[in-house]
Design a protein around this ligand. Sequence first.
Ligand code: F0G
Length: 467
Amino acid sequence: MNDNLHQLRCFGCGSRISGAQAQADFRCADCGELFEVEYPGWLERRGHDRPNPGALKWLWRERRSSGEAPGQAGLAGLDQSGVWRFREVLPILNSFGNAVTLREGNTPLYHLPRAARALGIDQLYAKHQGMNPTASFKDTGMTAAMSVARERGFEWVACASTGNTSASMAAYAARAGLRSLVLIPEGKIAWGKLSQAMDYGAVTCQLKTDFDGCLRVLTEIVREHPIYLLNSVNPYRLEGQKTPAFEIAEAFDWNVPDHVVVPGGNLGNSSALGKGFREMYELGLTARMPHISVIQAEGANPLVRSLAASRGEKLEPVEAQTRATAIRIGNPASWRKAARAIQTTGGWCLDVSEAEIAIAKAELGAEGLGCEPASAVTLAGLKKLRAQGAVAPADTVVLVLTGHTLKDADYTIDFHRGTLLSEAEAAGHESEIAGLRHAAVVVEATPDAVLAAMEKASRDGAGDATA
Ligand code: F0G
């Protein structure tokens, strides 16, 4: 690790250490807070030595469109990664030759015309991070932190997870030739995610506890054993996860959108995107920052409560309950960093109900963009922000969709069969839900029976593309 290029600064007491000095649990030895990566060289550079924003923008775009011969080794191979093509703002490795990549990033930014129309705004987009190699946003952070693990010579890596981190970690560990250990809450994760961890060869332990309990147990293990912790308390994860902010800015020709809306679970992602937008602004790549808003599920809303009760000074853990299992987290590690991202950008933090999440997910599906329930909180939250007047008709909004719809197919099927929500949860939303459900029907194997099913669907309005 080249400690001349980066250092770690404690988010609590501000003390600075080299990357090599970090404790196994990535907590500050003095105050117990988390660290973030900083690059002292950026501020010290003056005049000609300062990175030239125009040259960087040109270089990053050029790399994206560069060709690559199969099996090409060395740095040229990294240009195809939507994380490492931004490596000038990611100098965390001694040698970029140690990078472990699956060509993550470079994910699509989709326009959402129907949802925009329904909300009365012009410019609504979805940055679909589910289009990453393991189908969630975790890959952009995992490539960065796994590369550090490899460079430092670890044999074992580990994470506690609601499913996506473990799927991503297992894949990148397999690519790096490292062994991986996964701790997940028993029975509370989607099958798609569990299957990935198995396929990529992780040692997978389902613990009789929740995510917060898994992280607690893992922290005890890594303090005693040479295992590299890859949860988002690891500050290098967030370095990789900041790069979608660069991609979003790039897609808008470096005029950042007015709002970026992110789901909140362990609160690493909102923190990372906040850092990315801040660094771009400080480096002179962009002229302002977007409002960053974080949306939680009602049953897993510790940050919403913290901001309301103490303006983000204190956080009381909650016992988390939501069918959006990815964000079923009651004691989020990065809450201070996320609170800063919201507060310094003038963003909002609010929560949405189980019915609101299910409806928003079906609406995104109806635009041809499936996503995980946890990702759909962004659209559900945007509806509330719009109703409160926080988002104006002329504003440009980007929703960050964090996971692919196939991660949790059971949730989708239950919604369309009408078995997902209880009557109490659906109360007041019945007609909206009915208009979005498209359950499969069993019919006789005859053309007449199929045509009759089509007619019935047209009469009912189901599948109506203009709805
Ligand atoms: N969306 C999805 C699909 C997720 O998997 C997660 C977190 C989040 C949103 C929330 O992101 O934690 O950075 O605030 N999943 C973690 C995991 C906790 O273990 O896969 P966050």
